[in-house]
Structure formats: structure tokens, C-alpha cells
Design a protein around this ligand. Structure first.
Ligand SMILES: O=C[C@H](O)[C@H](O)[C@H](O)COP(=O)(O)O
Length: 264
């Protein structure tokens, strides 16, 4: 049913909302372009014939799968794809790519995935879409893990741009004690992620819950990651430390910035 708005804007202001709406959609288009640039560049520079490829999750990976499918058609590449989520599996099937798994391909040549934030050391926050556990398994079993992102994810330290916190997948019965332990030991605030078009919490592809930890002051992500993983009930964290080899950022000016992991 339609209803009339409770008030109307003076005509001088309605032109401002129009301009604001336009600039918001221009910014969204620019970010989509940047995702595509990063994804195409990563696929072109990291995927070769006869490889097993890990396919990440999210909105940026959609462009990578588009490009992968295009290259398979044009160059007759023989590759198999291993998904990191239900969404990734659907993308692989929809594009007619060869679907595999870790039973048949326990070691992948390359994995490509998005990220919510990337710092100067290539430490990542992932799991904004709830897919972190399978993503980490795939990244951890790949010879090379490559990240694709737009300029909004490029930070010097974590938390600079991404304000939703670190996602942590937990066994449902443990979500309260795990939340309490994290807040007590590391500070900040921990929230159970709630679903949007369903009553109750988000349920992951692995039938677990997601906690979002809004951290305050963290110096050593490797230590914090290990400590959180040791809490009974934690399945996995969205912290990817020392895993990514390269990150491709699509930039606002149409270029692609590549960041390499620091040498150990
Ligand atoms: O759970 C979701 C994944 O970690 C995504 O790769 C991450 O959230 C980035 O997604 P997007 O490419 O949509 O920004």
C-alpha cells in the first residue's frame, strides 16, 4: 500500500537530495569498477593452465569468476575450481566451470578471495559475509593466496576503514561464554550477528553462529588470533595472518595497486 510522506521538503532542498543520491550512486559505481579491475588483474596474473583454483566468496569474487570463465572459454584452459562457500559453489556451477573439492584436490595452486580490510602487512579481516572458515581452509591449502579488493579496503592498520569488527565463527551453544571471554580478555564489544530477512541469528554454511568483535587496541594480531582460536567453542576467526602473498586493489583512478607480503 502506498502512503504519502509525513512532510515534504522545500524545493531548494529536494535538489540537494537529488545531488546526494547521484553522488552516492557514482561512488558505488566507482567501487564496483574498482572491484572488477582488481579481480581481472588477479586472475590474469595468477591463474594458468592445468591449475586447481580456490574460489573465494563475496561480491568482488563475482568479477573474478566472470574473468575465469572468460579465460577458460577463450584460452581453452583446463582448470578445476574449489569453492569456499555455498555462494562460491553456485558461481562455479552457473559459469559452467569444473567443480572440485579438497578430497580430489587437497593442494590448490592458487586461491583468490576478497577481504573486508587489508593492512600494510597483508593481515586481513574476512567474514563480513559469514564465509570465513571455509575460506581459511582453502587459503591454507593453496600454494599461493591472492586477495582482491577495492580501494576502500586498503588500510595501514586494521580498523582504520572496517568498523564492523572481526568476525568469529562459533558453535551455537558456546556463543555467550565465548563472547564474555573475548570481551574480558581483549576488551571491546562482542555481538552476535543477527540475520536480516530471518528472525534470529545468522547461521553459517557450517550451521554455526557468527560473533562480531569490535576490538579497541590490538598490537599483535598473530597472538590475538591464536589466543581466540584456543577458546573452547571457537571454530575459526576472520583474522588471516601471514597467509596472503599478494593483494590487488582496484583504485579510484582506474589503476591497480599490488601489495606484496613482507619478506620473512
Ligand atoms: O564472508 C565473506 C568473505 O570473507 C568476503 O570475501 C569478504 O567479506 C569480502 O567481501 P566483498 O568482496 O563483498 O567485499
Amino acid at each position: 500500500a502506498s502512503s504519502s510522506p509525513p512532510f515534504s521538503l522545500p524545493s531548494s532542498l529536494s535538489c540537494c537530495t537529488h545531488v546526494l543520491g547521484f553522488s552516492q550512486s557514482a561512488a558505488a559505481n566507482m567501487a564496483e569498477e574498482a572491484k572488477k579491475l582488481a579481480a581481472y588483474s588477479a586472475v590474469d596474473n595468477n591463474v594458468q593452465n592445468n591449475q586447481a583454483v580456490g574460489v573465494g566468496s563475496g561480491s568482488t569474487i563475482v568479477y573474478a569468476v566472470d574473468r575465469l570463465a572468460e579465460r577458460v572459454r577463450q584460452e581453452k584452459l583446463n582448470i578445476v575450481c574449489v569453492p569456499t562457500s555455498f555462494q562460491a559453489r553456485q558461481l562455479i556451477l552457473q559459469h559452467g566451470l569444473a567443480l572440485s573439492d579438497l578430497e580430489r584436490h587437497p593442494e590448490l595452486d592458487v586461491a583468490i578471495d576478497g577481504a573486508d580490510e587489508v593492512d600494510a602487512q597483508l593481515t586481513l579481516i574476512k567474514g563480513g559475509g559469514g564465509c570465513l572458515t571455509q575460506e581459511k581452509i582453502i587459503a591454507g591449502n593453496s600454494k599461493c593466496f591472492v586477495v582482491i579488493a577495492d580501494y576502500r579496503k586498503d588500510s595501514s592498520v586494521l580498523g582504520e576503514q572496517w568498523k564492523k569488527g572481526v568476525p568469529i565463527e562459533v558453535i551455537p551453544m558456546a556463543y555467550v561464554p565465548v563472547s564474555r571471554v573475548i570481551a574480558k580478555r581483549f576488551g571491546g564489544e562482542v555481538n552476535l550477528r543477527m540475520a536480516v530477512s530471518k528472525a534470529g541469528p545468522v547461521v553459517t554454511d557450517n550451521s554455526n553462529f557468527i560473533l562480531d568483535w569490535k576490538f579497541e587496541d590490538v598490537q599483535n594480531w598473530s597472538e590475538v588470533n591464536t589466543a581466540i582460536k584456543m577458546i573452547p567453542g571457537v571454530v575459526e576467526t576472520g583474522l588471516f595472518v601471514n597467509m596472503a602473498e599478494r593483494a590487488y586493489f582496484g583504485m579510484e583512478d582506474g589503476s591497480v595497486k599490488v601489495r606484496k607480503a613482507p619478506a620473512n
